[in-house]
Design a protein around this ligand. Sequence first.
Ligand SMILES: [Zn+2]
Length: 100
Amino acid sequence: MSPGRPAKRVPRARARPPSRRSRRAATSAKSRRTPHLSEPPHGHIVCRSCGRIHPLELVPADCDVLVEMTARGPTGWAVERVAYSIAAVCPKCRRAAAAA
Ligand SMILES: [Zn+2]
């Protein structure tokens, strides 16, 4: 500091809002895998007889595969969400069919 001049306060680096990179790092691993999707992939099994729907638990590897599949779509389409569906017959309908 030079003599005779009032001490000048050196401004500290201003607190900035988190950068795009740090915001991404703060998000969950699940959302990092699906940057272009409105929600993480989800799955369900649907009874083709009565329409009953039961959710399927997807592990991270499942989600990775489903997200990778979105790249195989035709050019120009904007993928928004991914749903994996299995057609099946539920136990109740199977019992009813066996009893008939
Ligand atoms: Zn059913």
